[in-house]
Ligand binder design. Sequence first.
Ligand code: BES
Ligand code: MN
Ligand code: ZN
Length: 534
Amino acid sequence: MPWCSARAGIRARTMRNNLFAGRIPNLIPHDNNGTSMRYLTKTASAEDFATQCLILGVFDGKQPGASIAGLPASARKSILAALKKGDLGENSAATLMLYGPPGFKAERVLLLSLGEKKSFSGKKLASAMETAIALLNKNAARDCALLMPEEFQDHNEAYAAARGLVIAAEEQLYHFDQCKSKKNRPKKPLGKLTLLTPDRKRANTLKKAVKHGSAIASGMNLAKDLANLPGNICTPSYLADTARKLGRKSTRLKATALTEKQMQRLGMGALLSVSRGSREAAKLIILEYRGGKENSRPVVLVGKGLTFDAGGISLKPSANMDEMKYDMCGGASVLGTLQACAELELPINLVGIVPSSENLPDGNANKPGDIVTSMAGLTIEILNTDAEGRLILCDALTYAERFKPAAVIDIATLTGACVIALGHHTSGLLANDDKLADELLQAGMEIRDPAWRLPMNEDYDKQLESNFADLANIGGKGAGTITAACFLANFTKKYKWAHLDIAGTAWKSGDKKATGRPVPLLMQMLLKRSKQIE
Ligand code: BES
Ligand code: MN
Ligand code: ZN
């Protein structure tokens, strides 16, 4: 590059960064570690527990749960008297507020319908509690306590229910108003939820669940915040700074970010070709977590960190293009997961890698037909500049080899085709190892962050043949999600690998936007690998 254009490039980059520095203060949100709520567990009898609001579950609109049956007669009497009037709806999540009912220390008792007793589940409890939390967040009560239903079969079920409940509460309370001057926040927000049980052994289970649940929710909140931030603020450098901040918060976390120059020395021609059209410097962010034995091989998570995807010269249509700020959700979920693992001090080694760039049209951008050389040495013909995710991921996947991984999982908003195939409920999963695939499917099911596996084989590989290079970056009409994964598979031959396509699950339209998925799935897998749960 001649010196003048190099200088101009540097100046443009610096100006952009300065423009927003200081305008929106405290850009890294949730320095309080994600949760504004505190979640506690107490072994206590509900009638004696001092709280601004005690929540009691009721089945079929009239039948108090087993835990209420254990209350002393005076307390039970006021509940039964209220239920007898018939004002509590039968539908799940119907509520009836009682003020100062006799027999209780609590200022209020909220009767909460849990639907039919015979179909009760942790999921039902979580969704009813979302309603209760929303209600209490709006009213004057600042703390509440739920008498944990006793209808769960065993400790595993109670654990899953309590953990799911904390995650659901955080989901309910999440809001993103960092870029609004006028914050529309509740006057007396809810600040504390205590899970009550009279049983000491059950309390230990709940304690663990609450600890895991709030770490997972904090990780999700970090992922959501990064995702919801606009592309002019959440740039590759911003993601790198976020990783560095995480690195400073825990002695077990170490953050580095490779510069374009360093990536050039490594031969990352595919990744760098994407960033050529952008004035923001690309970063390869590496976040290492050491919690396991010195010599135990790490799980490596690789997350697509495309901070804005306009498509490049193969420009996307303008409708809803703003949503392409979410093209870094894979990278955000990696940072969120590492934060959660560090918070829980899991005994496991883990590496997060986030290749980060913008994809914009420019005189310097990739052009259809351009051929680039990846770090692995494979040449790639770029037939569509909008298939950029695989270009930044392939070099990151080659870089992952140096960690001698036990397994590599990449997470990416990779293909619109995945939204067509699976919609917004289920992530796509593709893998070169059946056991790893099953492990992830199982984990997703257990924590209600589901994935579904799609096939890969040589027939699909053929779609990626190029007339001029080793590989084309697109595979033609059919099976877009599969051919994208087949492309990546060329770079993952040296280790066990799985790919999560989160194009449909990482965000939803409407005011809640980013979902924080698949942090729960990844955490469930890592909690099991590190033997924190069965
Ligand atoms: N980031 C997009 C994928 C995407 C699109 C995610 C819509 C969520 C919603 C990716 O970079 C992309 O543009 N993929 C192309 C690939 C195609 C050119 C082969 C796509 O899916 O259209
Ligand atoms: Mn694209
Ligand atoms: Zn993209």
